[in-house]
Structures are given as C-alpha cells and as structure tokens.
Design a protein around this ligand. Sequence first.
Ligand code: FAD
Ligand code: DLZ
Ligand code: SF4
Length: 509
Amino acid sequence: MVSRLVLILGDQLSEEIAALREADREADTVVMAEVMAEASYVPHHPKKIAFLFAAMRKFAAGLEADGWRVRYTRLDDPENAGSILGELLRAAEATGASEVLATEPGEFRLIAALEDSPLPVHMFPDDRFLCSHGEFEAWAEGRKELRMEWFYREMRRRTGLLMEGDQPAGGKWNFDHENRKPAPDDVEFGGPMRFTPDPVVEEVLDLVDARFGDNFGTLRPFWFATDRGQARRALSHFIRNALPKFGDFQDAMLDGNRFLYHAVVSMYLNAGLLTWREICEAAEAAWQAGEAPLNAVEGFIRQIIGWREYMRGIYFLEGPDYTKRNALGHSRSLPAFYWTADTDMRCVARTVEQTRDEAYAHHIQRLMVTGNFALLAGIDPHEVHEWYLAVYADAYEWVEAPNVIGMSQFADGGIVGSKPYVSGGNYIRKMSDYCTSCRYDVGEKSGEKACPFNYLYWAFLHRHRDRFGKNPRMAQMYRTWARMSEDKRTAALQSADAFLGRLDRGARV
Ligand code: FAD
Ligand code: DLZ
Ligand code: SF4
C-alpha cells in the first residue's frame, strides 16, 4: 500500500480536519512540526507560541492514542529542518512516503510553499468554515459593495441560527441599537476560565522562555486552555457567566478590566480546538433556555458567522498582495510605544500593556485605540499589520489582515469598510474610563495638554479631504470641520504637526 504523509499545521488541531478524513490510519503518517520558520515569520507573542506548541503536542498525543502513526518534531530536535516543507521532505525520506495530504493553510505564504514542494501535495479545502471560497466568490460576484450585513443574513438563512422559518428571530436581523452601552461601573464577570499549566505545558513554557524570551510579551502566568476539553469548559464558562451581558458592553473599555464580557475564545476557535457551530449553537441554546437575551446572542453569533467568515472570504478573494496595500499612502514608522507601552496616552498605554501581558485585547481596543491611533498618525499599514499578526494569540493572516489592512487602516481603499474607522478622543471618553487618569485632556482640542486623538482626527480629515470629502457617510464630519473658526482649524493642524514631529523624533508623547 502507498504510504502518504498527512500534514497537520499548528492551527489545524481538529479531529475532523479534511486531510485526516482523507487519510488511512493503517498506512499513512501524520506529520506535525514545531519549526522556526513558522515561529519567527513575525516575532510572535510568547504566549501565542506556547499555546500552539502545547496544543500541538496534546493533539498529537491524542491522535496516537487513537491509533494514528504520528511523526512529531519538537523545536529543539537537533535534526529539525526548520520549516514545514523541510520537515515534510525529511519525513518522506524516513518513511518512504511519496505524497502529502494537506488541508489548505490560512496564509498565502504557506500555500505557495506547499504548491512549490517537490513532493506532490494534495491540498483539500479547509471546510471547518461555514463559507467556502467558491461560495464567497459567488456572493461577491457583481456586487458594487461587499457589505458584511448582507453576507451575514445569508449565513443566518443557511445555518438556520436564530431563524423562525425564513424570518429572523425577534423580527430583526440585527439588534445592535440595544448594544454598545458605555463602560459599566461594575463587571460581574471574573474573566475567562484559567487553567494551571500541567507538565506538558510547563515543558513548553521552559522551551519558549529559552528561545523566545526576548519577544514582546509576558509568558507567565500562562492560563490558556491547551486542549479541546479545556477549551469547551472555557466556552461554557463564558456562555453561562458573560454572554447575557455581552451585547450591552461589547464596545466598552475599562482601565481596570481587560476582558469585560468578552468570550476570549478566538485563539481556541482559530487553532481548531472549538468549532464555529458548537459556539453558535451553545449561544443559541442559552437564548432558547431564557438564559441570555436576544440582543446579546444575536450580536455574538453575528461576530462568528458574519464577521469572521466575511473576513476570511475577503482575504482569499483579494489575494496575496492584500497585505501590501496602502490606499492612503501612509509611511510613518510604527512608534516604539507599540512595543513598550511608554506613552502618556492612557488608552494606548493600557491597551499595549494588556496586549503584552495577555496576548489579548478586545475588538474595540484593537479598532478604536491602537488601530485608530495608527490610522490617524499615518503609520505604514504593513508595519501595523505585522504588529497585529505578532502580538495576538488569535492572529493568523486570513483573519488578521482583513481586520487590519481593511477594517482598521482603510489600506484596501474601502473594500471592507465604506469609511475609515477614525474618531477623536470623545469616542474613547464615552466608551471607557481611560481619560479620567490620562495626562492629556480629552476636552481640549489643541495645545500641549489636548488629547492627541482630537487634533490628529481633524488633521487626518484635512489631509485626506480629496478622497473622503465627497463620501456621504463623512459629510457631517467635513461640515463640522468647515464650520470651525479659521483659528481653531489652524490650531488643530499646528498641534497635529507638532505632535507628529515629536513622534518622528522619538520624543515621549
Ligand atoms: P468576542 O468579542 O467575544 O467575539 C466572539 C468571537 O467573534 C471571537 O472569538 C471571534 O472569533 C469572532 N469575531 C469577532 N469580531 C471578529 C472580526 N472582526 N473578525 C473575525 N472574527 C471576529 N480576530 C482574530 O480572530 N484574529 C485576529 O488576528 C484579529 N485581528 C484583529 C485586528 C483588528 C485591528 C481588529 C479591529 C479586530 C481583529 N480581530 C481579530 C477581531 C476581534 O478583535 C477578535 O476576534 C476578538 O477580539 C477576539 O476576542 P473574543 O474571543 O473575546 O471575541
Ligand atoms: C503560528 C504558528 C507558530 C508560531 N508555530 C507553528 C509551528 O511551529 N508549526 C506549525 O505547524 N504551525 C505553526 N504556526 C501556525 C502557522 O503559522 C499557520 O498554520 C499558518 O500561518 C497558516 O495559518
Ligand atoms: Fe486616550 Fe485622549 Fe482619553 Fe488620553 S484623553 S485616554 S489619549 S482618548
């Protein structure tokens, strides 16, 4: 019988993954490898590397217990070839296998490497997603605008989630007007379920500490789930204790609370430890049982079958050059404080600190704090993209790039969003309590003490007036700018110039 290799990547830790379904337990060899090429294409957060290596080791052990022959290469194996392709070639030589079964990776870089392999690779679609590439292309075909909301409604109809016949439960597709309340005074949820490292995890932590200890990010305390059983417990913990308030405070930010009512399951879902279906069905069941309100459950399900699937569709539709796009021509280097948190802007410092400690920040921190600042300050979107890809435990290019290049930085020229996500400090003041302990004054529009988001916002609009001036969704903002007195406008632009000058000189801002 011909023997084949079955490649399982670090974010393909699902027993139902396509390549495994195609494989023969008796004859084939599963290949899994911790390799420097994957661990260093960006300087990943140590928690992200440790999470993946520990989850990979446990997944491999599970496959072996199920009777699979597994060839697992550890990072510190002296024979380690250093790349996925190198490990496949080494495995082929050792086993006599002449072909590879693989599931399509979530990044064009790795797809190209497998396509160029001297060993024939049969690549199967990654059907852990609801929407295939072909289905997304068919949906996108002929549309002037690829708006997520329309895509989401199709996904609702297809899955039957929160549907009553062909109508949306509660009579509406979207309950967001009931969501997005400002930051609460008290948060009853104590945060995601935390797991004490077992010996497998401890061994990985030592390895990661030794090899990646200089990367941005705190490794210990390490609390992530690292197998499917734990990830399911973390999910149930969220559904029971936080989902009911998820909608209300989805967009809120608190200086003293890093997780609010968020699920903190994206790293498990993206690595394959959880499925979109079980997460959404658990949420729907909580609503059916009267344990969570519809606004929360609809908002939560929309993130997963809507935004997540949509983002993946965009990545594969737009192709490998997507991460190089720079529609607004931004070229400033990423400020050092994205790595050090050394800034007087309280919102940015707190978001970077929590990113450093947890490899996690929730959506609004990513979009309206670090993303908003980068866009307002005109940072090179490719540098922004590489930062996000490195620092979050859930970051893989298929999901990170459309969120950063598209949604956050408008570098795709408006494919993901019809207008840029920019705001002055007032949005952050309204949705958080950061401003109360900031050295800047959110109420001041210009001058040394003024919140930088305020004047950078006007300077951004002014700089890009040719592009956005006629955008109907931005008309109100341009009208407000036009109504300001000449003195105020000049003061805002001067403050922005002075601030960006300090930023470029590396002065503390
Ligand atoms: P919750 O807020 O509890 O939401 C539930 C789930 O919905 C998440 O677990 C996630 O799977 C899904 N989801 C929500 N929003 C999105 C979205 N915009 N795109 C895709 N899935 C979504 N998400 C990633 O998984 N990986 C990334 O690399 C990533 N980079 C981002 C970069 C920027 C600039 C922005 C604005 C968003 C990014 N997101 C990314 C989306 C979102 O911020 C995270 O999915 C979310 O914060 C994960 O935390 P959670 O599990 O607590 O999510
Ligand atoms: C992110 C990552 C890291 C840090 N390390 C590995 C690894 O050593 N071996 C592996 O198979 N996968 C790893 N990954 C995940 C891959 O980078 C990911 O599969 C691709 O980027 C495609 O999404
Ligand atoms: Fe951020 Fe401005 Fe508020 Fe300070 S005042 S926390 S910089 S929004």
